[in-house]
Every structure is written in structure tokens, then in C-alpha cells.
Design a binder for this molecule. Structure first.
Ligand code: B12
Ligand code: SF4
Length: 524
């Protein structure tokens, strides 16, 4: 068999493990993959295609909101006369193949769900000039415009049969704080209403969570640390502790193996998990093996909201998790949706009060967004069934049940948007500050007094956010409808001024610490 040249293009902030697993599988099957980070500028992809002359181009569309930009890139490729087979995979494409194929007419096919086997088979058929429609795991559009699918691909039960993700092009040794992403498992047994993970892996034919062999995971870590100089690991597992006692044993086996091989000395790591999995006896062994940071799936602090989100826990569980994390001196951050399609004035007040109670002391940075009903989620089906889903191209939107909350959301975008949403905004700056203040590696020892100074600034920033949002809510509840109302404007100005002062103070504290600006984006 002759191998195919395959260009793989995807968004890459932290290491894009989806594309990197695809690349290593392609190489193991005798193909020649090349990776390219997606950018809005089409120049690099056009240049790569001219120079590399791929027979197959694969785009990774995991983020729904990037679909229009991918559409423009693929249209530019076709406009330049590119005739290679263009395929696309990832969460959004797998969950909504019909609308993706309709909106991206330059595509030949979509690879559904986990793509290693399907892509390798597709590359083989394309290189041989055969009929690719017989490859399992594909969707495409017939001449008539109708959606067609081949047979589903055989699910891969054992993740240990996959080669390690390809990382040859990453210059970890040139980073100030060499940081790598890795996966010990795929999937999640929980069923939160806003999350597409469960639907994605259901479609993949692999329910629950598949875990890799702990010793083999540590082999990959040992290679990354000793041969590539990696000092920080970001576990990208959806929930590192999901799966009850068996999962705890698995996590403890990894920790024990790291200690046995003395990897804990030079390595620090971050995991994501739920609040109800945070217990001292569960986390303490991980801390001894290098765990320093936890991303906590908090999402809401009002009990009625937590019910709507199907989190299957109440706010006191979050509070207890916060206490454990403080006792273990871990830094943590968390996702928070102040608003969701079923929000009420009372639930928003409940969430704000929770933020003050949970992190009023500045142990972690407060910020918030509104829930977006992503494709394939139970929340999207429910909003659609209620006749409230507004589809604008690939974007989804909805109106709240109480119009005062629409005004609150608009005001938050106007007054706090930069703070909560942009990559360099206050929320992220305060998260980096918390993370950096706690980080203590042989090359970057913790600076005495930094955690306390950071906590003070983060506490002020959290209080500012909660109090201006509460005051805005008071005004809107009292009947103010004009978002330019002088009192709302005054609140915005107070926030902007005070916020700028706090961000400057955070930057002064961060000066001289390794730049992590790309590393701690919201992980879900
Ligand atoms: C790591 C991660 C990130 C990283 C970035 C990763 C990167 N690419 O650089 C960071 C932390 C920056 C991030 C940020 C965000 N993320 Co995120 N993230 C993840 C996470 C936890 C793991 C990704 C991963 O490594 N998966 C493991 C690999 C092996 O799987 P995979 O990527 O799905 O790839 C496989 C298949 O999909 C398929 N495939 C994928 N691409 C392609 C391409 C081709 C050609 C083929 C054939 C197949 C194929 O084959 C791959 C191998 O089997 C996922 C959850 C998840 N389990 O995937 C969420 C997830 C992708 N994130 C999500 C979201 C919402 C976000 C944010 C919007 C959150 C926020 N509010 O800010 C931001 C947006 C970032 C931005 N662009 O601004 C959602 C996406 C939902 C959606 N449909 O849009 C997910 C699914 C989480 C969720 N709970 O729903 N994220
Ligand atoms: S939000 Fe987290 S715990 Fe809930 S289903 Fe998604 S990955 Fe699992």
C-alpha cells in the first residue's frame, strides 16, 4: 500500500490531542501526516497545501462556534482550485453532520466520532484512488443533497492499543514552563444537561469512561519529562476521578507509579473533576505525586439551577470541596454559568450569593458566562422542544423566560464582557495569578508571600464582580429598562476603573513568573 500525505488542521491552544492521536495513528499505518494550527488567516493553510500537496486534508471542528471560520477556510481552499479530498471531524461535526455538510459545501465527507480507524482507512482508499464511501464511520452529502452514512465504525474499547499522540513538532524545551497535555482516559459516566461529552461517546458506541493502563500512562509521562523536558502536565480527561472506587484506585495507581519512578520531584500537574469527587483521602495521594491545581466543574451554586443542569448535587457539596482544596493548599478554578435558559431572578441571586460564599476570600477567581445549548446536549433538545431555540447559522441562542434577565445578560456583555470573556480579561488574569502563586517547581520555586498577596487581589476582584452584578440586578428588577440608564452607567464605570486597578496589581505580582497566558483557559 502507498501511504497518503494527510494535512491535519485544527485549533490548538494547549496541545490538540485529537489531531495528535490521529497523526500518530496515520503514521503507524504508513501514511504521512502533517499538522497545522488553524488560524483565521487562510494564508498558512493555502501555503501548506501548495507545498505539501496532500491527497487528504482533515479539519478538526470540536468547537461549534468556530464553524463559520472553518467554512471560510474550506471555501478558500476550493476557490484556490484545491481538489484533494477534504474531510472534517470532531464533536460538533459528529453531532450535527447534516448542518455541517450543508454549511460547508466544499467538504467531501465527515468522520463521525473517534476518528483514528476511520481516518486511516479513508487515507488508504484515497491514496489508492478507490471508492471511499465504503469506509465505515463516514457521512457525506449525496448529489440530491440528502445525508448519507456508511456503517458505523467499530468502537475501540481498549485505548492502550493507540500509539501515543504525535508531539515531534512541539518545542517543549523552548517554553519557559514546558507544559504538555495528556489523556489517561476518554468519556464520562455523568449526564450533565449542558455537556456534549456523553452524547458524543454514546454515538461512538463506548459508554462511560475508558481508562488507559496506569503503568503505560506513566511511561508516556516519563518520556515527556525525561526526554522532552516537560515540567507541567495538564490532564485533559473530562473528569479524572469519575467512575467511583475503581477510578480512585486507578488515579492512586498512577500517583504511586509516579512516586516509584521519582517523577514527582520535577513534575506538577492539573486535573479536572466534579465537586462530589473531592475528598481528602482521594486527593492527598495525588498531591504527594505532584497534583497542584484542580479545575472544578461547579457550573452553578443555586440549588434550583443545579437541578436544571442535572448536576445531581447541591451547593453545599461545592462548598465542602472548596474546603478540602484549601486544606490541601491546592489552587483551583471553576466554570460558572450565572444564567441558563431556565434562570429566574431568584436563581441569579442564589448564584451570586454562592460566589461570595465560595470564593469571597479570593481562594479562586470568580467569573461567569451564560449556558449555550450546544448541539447534541439534553439542554439543546429541551430548549428546542420549548420552542425557544434560536438558530443563526451555526450559532445557537435563546431568550430568557423573564425579560429582565435578557436585559441583565445584555448589561453584563456591555459592562463586564471583556472581564469575563476575553483571553486576556480579568477572569483569566486572576486565574493565572492564583495558579502561578501556588506553583512550586524546582525551576520556578514559589515566591514567599505570593499566595497571600494574590488571594487579597482576587478577593477584591471577586467582590467587585458580585456586588456590581447584584446592584445591576436590583435596578433591572425595580423596572429600569434602558441599559444606558445613568445608574447602570455609573456602575459600569465604577467597575471599569476598579477592575483596571486590580488587573494592574495582578500583573505586577505576575511579573517575572513564567507566562501561562495560553495555559489556563476554561477547560470546558
Ligand atoms: C482540552 C480541551 C480544551 C482546550 C483546548 C484544546 C485544543 N484543541 O487546543 C482548552 C482548555 C483551551 C479548551 C477551551 C474551550 N473549550 Co474545550 N475541551 C477540551 C476537552 C476537555 C478535551 C479535548 C481533547 O483533547 N479530547 C480528546 C481527543 C482525543 O478527542 P477529540 O478532540 O474529540 O478528537 C477525536 C474525535 O473528535 C475525532 N476528531 C477530532 N478532530 C478530528 C479531525 C479529523 C480530520 C478527524 C478525521 C477526526 C477528528 O477524532 C479524534 C480522535 O479520536 C474537550 C472535551 C473532550 N472530551 O473532547 C472540551 C470541549 C471540546 N471544549 C468545549 C468548549 C465549550 C470549550 C470552550 C468554548 C469553553 C469556554 N466556555 O471557554 C473553550 C473554547 C476555546 C476557544 N477556541 O476559544 C466543548 C465543545 C462543545 C462544542 N460542541 O462546541 C467540549 C466538547 C467540552 C464539553 N463539555 O462539551 N478546551
Ligand atoms: S460536565 Fe463533566 S461531569 Fe458532567 S457530563 Fe460533562 S464531562 Fe461529565
Amino acid at each position: 500500500m502507498t501511504g497518503a500525505r494527510v494535512l491535519l488542521v485544527g485549533y490548538e491552544d494547549q496541545d490538540n490531542l485529537g489531531l495528535r492521536y490521529l497523526a500518530s495513528s496515520l503514521r503507524a499505518a504508513g501514511h504521512e501526516p502533517r499538522l497545522l494550527a488553524f488560524s483565521e488567516d487562510h494564508g498558512p493553510v493555502l501555503a501548506a497545501v501548495r507545498e505539501f500537496r496532500p491527497q487528504l486534508v482533515g479539519f478538526s471542528l470540536i468547537f461549534q462556534f468556530l464553524a463559520p471560520q472553518f467554512a471560510a477556510a474550506i471555501a478558500a481552499l476550493r476557490a484556490a482550485g484545491e481538489r484533494a479530498h477534504v474531510t472534517l471531524g470532531g464533536h460538533f461535526a459528529s453531532l450535527e453532520p447534516e448542518s455541517v455538510l450543508a454549511g460547508l459545501p466544499g467538504l467531501d465527507s465527515i468522520v463521525l466520532f473517534e476518528g483514528e480507524d476511520t481516518l486511516c482507512a479513508l487515507a488508504g482508499v484515497v491514496a489508492a484512488g478507490g471508492d471511499w464511501r465504503g469506509v465505515p464511520g463516514l457521512a457525506w452529502r449525496e448529489e440530491s443533497g440528502a445525508l448519507a452514512r456508511s456503517a458505523p465504525a467499530e468502537p475501540r474499547a481498549d485505548l492502550d492499543t493507540l500509539p501515543w499522540p504525535e508531539r515531534g513538532d512541539i518545542a517543549y524545551d523552548r517554553e519557559r514552563l514546558p507544559t504538555a497535555s495528556l489523556l489517561g482516559s476518554r468519556g464520562c459516566p455523568w449526564r450533565c444537561a449542558f455537556c456534549s461529552i456523553v452524547t458524543f461517546y454514546d454515538g461512538n458506541g463506548t459508554r462511560g469512561r475508558r481508562r488507559r493502563d496506569p503503568a503505560r500512562v506513566v511511561d508516556e509521562i516519563e518520556h515527556l519529562h525525561r526526554e522532552r523536558g516537560v515540567e507541567v502536565l495538564l490532564w485533559q480527561d473530562d473528569d479524572f476521578l469519575a467512575g467511583g472506587p475503581a477510578a480512585t484506585r486507578w488515579a492512586h495507581e498512577i500517583a504511586a507509579e509516579l512516586l516509584r519512578r521519582e517523577l514527582h520531584r520535577g513534575l506538577r500537574w492539573k486535573i479536572s473533576c466534579r465537586s462530589d469527587e473531592v475528598r481528602e483521602d482521594v486527593l492527598a495521594p495525588l498531591v504527594r505525586a505532584g497534583l497542584t491545581h484542580v479545575y472544578l466543574g461547579v457550573e452553578a451554586g443555586d440549588d434550583e439551577d443545579l437541578k436544571q443542569l442535572n448536576k445531581l448535587l447541591k451547593h453545599d457539596v461545592h462548598l465542602r470541596a472548596g474546603e478540602v482544596l484549601r486544606r490541601l493548599q491546592l489552587s483551583f478554578d471553576f466554570g460558572f454559568m450565572l444564567l441558563n435558559p431556565w434562570s429566574t431572578l431568584a436563581s441569579v441571586r442564589g448564584n451570586l450569593a454562592f460566589l461570595r460564599e465560595f470564593v469571597g476570600d479570593g481562594a479562586s477567581a470568580a467569573g461567569f458566562c451564560r449556558m449555550l445549548p450546544y448541539a447534541g446536549t439534553p439542554a439543546a433538545s429541551r430548549v428546542a422542544a420549548e420552542g425557544r431555540l434560536i438558530q443563526r447559522g451555526f450559532d445557537v441562542d435563546y431568550r430568557f423566560l423573564d425579560p429582565r434577565l435578557d436585559r441583565l445578560y445584555d448589561w453584563c456583555l456591555h459592562a463586564l464582557g471583556g472581564r469575563n470573556r476575553s483571553a486576556g480579561g480579568t477572569w483569566n488574569v486572576m486565574r493565572f495569578l492564583t495558579y502561578e502563586a501556588h506553583l512550586d517547581t524546582p525551576h520556578h520555586p514559589r515566591r514567599a508571600g505570593l499566595p497571600e498577596a494574590a488571594r487579597e487581589i482576587v478577593a477584591q476582584s471577586n467582590e467587585l464582580l458580585v456586588s456590581v452584578t447584584e446592584q445591576a440586578l436590583d435596578l433591572l428588577e425595580a423596572g429600569v429598562t434602558d441599559l444606558q440608564h445613568p445608574e447602570l452607567e455609573a456602575l459600569r464605570e465604577v467597575h471599569a476603573e476598579e477592575d483596571a486597578r486590580l488587573v494592574q496589581a495582578a500583573h505586577r505580582l505576575l511579573a517575572g513568573r513564567p507566562a501561562l497566558a495560553q495555559r489556563l483557559h476554561a477547560s470546558r
